[in-house]
Design a protein around this ligand. Structure first.
Ligand SMILES: *Cc1c(COP(=O)(O)O)cnc(C)c1O
Length: 395
């Protein structure tokens, strides 16, 4: 059995999105910036996509900027707010320790340029406290950027409360909503969000296309210079087919959100219930504030990488954290930020499921993981020491 359980890393393109995009690769391939009617067909498709995306998050079409993905949107949002702040002498940026690297590395770059960065602690449950945000705000704070939902542990942040606080203090608020868009309701007006990032490939659109929402009045700095596309804020001939597919996929995900959630949650809960029966295992992240599909657990005495390879042999695609850190032997910065010791963080498993998964697939995971964990523990010197009481159990 083949089980794709890594939907937080990327998703398959939906049939509706694929059908919608194909004509823009074959028939209507004109450049939307050209003057002839043929190019106008592509320009109209872009406008329609902009309206669709705006409607899904309660924004205005002119507040939607198409980008190459979530990373670019994060970079542009943060750099824009930083430059804007610097012009007013404000060079303090607030974020969290467990952001995606697209946010953390952009902040690190700004820090080298003389900005000061405060990274908030997500506590052991993986949920940022509004009081902590309030306490970190200073007269020179130029931006608060806090992710909507964490990509590794699936915890959801109190975005509306943070938005209200930032609006009251007059500080721009950006959220990386890549894991939330299409999976949870988002209302940028009600939640007082000034800037928001999305990525098509996390909700059944192709890779390489995303959105930066920037509220009217937010001044954007270009990351890519050149032509006057995207109201002069993002140069480069638009990925028309990708954008069309993204709008269709987002609309589809938002229209079916309730039924998708109702299908995913029982599968996720079964995974949590059954896999926590494995001795010395731990669920990571608050279950109360959680996206529908993400399951993150640690199993003591094993290496996450070995677990993934054996799961792959059993046809299961999973992850030990984010795709970006795999390949390195460092444990996930997210798991360390919620206070897990290195040894425990090494034995992590992320299963992220979606509406295309079935209960039979979940049962296959539930049958396989305990076997693989015991097999690996059987070969693990660390597990041996734990069994003999030569080292203390941490979970
Ligand atoms: C996937 C992801 C990104 C990066 O999006 P790309 O479109 O792959 O650049 C950023 N933030 C989060 C939380 C993500 O999960």
């Amino acid at each position: 059995m083949f089980v794709y359980a890594d939907n937080a890393a990327t998703t398959s393109v939906s049939k509706a999105a694929l059908d919608a995009m194909l004509p823009y690769l074959t028939e209507y391939y004109g450049n939307p910036s050209s003057l002839y009617a043929f190019g106008q067909k592509a320009a109209e498709a872009l406008q329609e996509a902009r309206e669709t995306v705006a409607k899904c998050i309660n924004a205005e079409p002119r507040e939607i900027y198409f980008t190459s993905g979530g990373s670019e949107a994060d970079n542009q949002a943060i750099i824009s707010a930083a430059k804007l702040g610097a012009r007013k002498g404000k060079k303090h940026l607030i974020s969290t320790q467990f952001e995606h690297h697209a946010v953390l590395h952009t902040l690190a770059k700004l820090e080298k340029e003389g900005y000061e960065v405060t990274l908030l602690d997500p506590h052991s449950d993986g949920v940022i406290r509004v009081e902590d945000v309030a306490a970190a705000i200073r007269p020179d704070t130029a931006l608060v950027t806090i992710m909507f939902a964490n990509n590794e542990i699936g915890t959801v942040q109190p975005i509306a409360e943070i938005g209200a606080l930032c609006r009251e203090k007059g500080i721009p608020f950006h959220t990386d909503a890549v894991q939330a868009a299409g999976h949870m309701p988002i209302d940028v007006k009600a939640m007082n969000i000034d800037m928001l990032s999305m990525s098509g490939h996390k909700f059944h659109a192709p890779k390489g296309v995303g959105v930066l929402y920037a509220r009217r009045g937010m001044v954007l700095t270009n990351i890519i210079e050149g032509g006057a596309q995207e109201r002069g804020k993002r140069a480069g001939t638009e990925n028309v087919a990708g954008i069309v597919a993204m709008a269709v996929a987002l609309k589809e995900s938002c229209e079916h959100m309730e039924e998708n959630t109702a299908k995913i949650i029982p599968m996720r809960d079964k995974l949590f219930a059954e896999l926590s029966k494995i001795p010395h295992s731990k669920i990571n992240g608050s279950l109360e504030h959680h996206v529908p599909g993400t399951v993150n657990m640690c199993f003591e005495g094993i290496e996450g990488e070995s677990l993934l390879l054996l799961l792959d042999d059993a046809g299961i695609c999973a992850s030990s954290g984010s795709a970006c850190t795999s390949g390195s032997l460092d444990p996930s910065h997210v798991l360390l930020s919620i206070g897990l010791p290195h040894e425990v963080a090494h034995g992590s498993l992320r299963l992220s499921i979606g509406e295309y998964n079935t209960m039979e697939q979940i049962d296959h995971i539930i049958e396989t993981v305990p076997k693989v964990v015991s097999y690996l523990r059987g070969m693990s010197p660390v597990w041996d020491e734990l069994q003999k009481g030569e080292r203390p159990h941490l979970i």
